[in-house]
Design a protein around this ligand. Structure first.
Ligand code: FE
Length: 197
């Protein structure tokens, strides 16, 4: 890839910070944030290559940007061929935008006994598509690479420093284990060097 177009991510995090300054209701935030994320993922020329690398062991989550007040974080999720997450929750709002490849998201809900069941049809995200999660709109899901033979990459935005949020992974019987995801990278993309545009 030629030089990453860092201005796209820089513009996105600036616009999202401006949006949050208006203290929008979550519904408006998810709606307007989705439009911003759609603009970001419309082009696939800005994500530096180290943040697109799969691991044979498990899906990778690379922090791309964290808001100084930890109001939001932007993460690239890289799915190796056939990889998927456990069933998990988020505890904060989230937006998932597909950049490359495709992924399948299956929502889960609890029945009256507290067991989890797959709720609704799985949703397939293709490049350019954006989906929302939050404790209000449905917070428990499992995400899988739609492809058994190639890598997929999605860009996620969360209403907190998601790698540090205390949340949960679930077994099908509804039992939960505490989970703090962390991140797989030690360094972030430098989107702040304005000397070459
Ligand atoms: Fe998720």
């Amino acid at each position: 890839m030629s030089e990453p177009q860092h201005h796209r991510l820089r513009d996105f995090v600036g616009s999202l910070a401006e949006l949050l300054e208006t203290k929008p209701a979550e519904r408006d935030l998810l709606q307007q944030g989705s439009l911003l994320l759609k603009q970001l993922i419309r082009h696939d020329d800005w994500l530096p290559e180290p943040f697109t690398q799969p691991s044979p062991q498990r899906y990778q989550q690379y922090l791309l940007h964290a808001d100084a007040l930890q109001r939001f974080s932007v993460v690239s999720f890289v799915w190796g061929a056939g990889q998927s997450t456990p069933i998990h929750d988020h505890r904060v709002w989230g937006l998932i935008g597909m950049l490359r490849g495709a992924e399948i998201s299956q929502n889960y809900e609890r029945d009256t006994q507290g067991r989890l069941y797959a709720a609704g049809e799985p949703v397939t995200l293709n490049p350019g598509d954006v989906e929302a999660v939050s404790p209000d709109v449905g917070d428990i899901h499992r995400v899988s690479n739609a492809f058994a033979d190639r890598t997929s990459v999605s860009i996620h935005v969360y209403g907190g420093n998601i790698g540090a949020v205390k949340r949960a992974v679930f077994a099908e019987d509804g039992s939960e284990k505490p989970f703090i995801s962390g991140y797989n990278n030690a360094y972030l993309p430098n989107i702040w060097d304005l000397s070459h545009g």
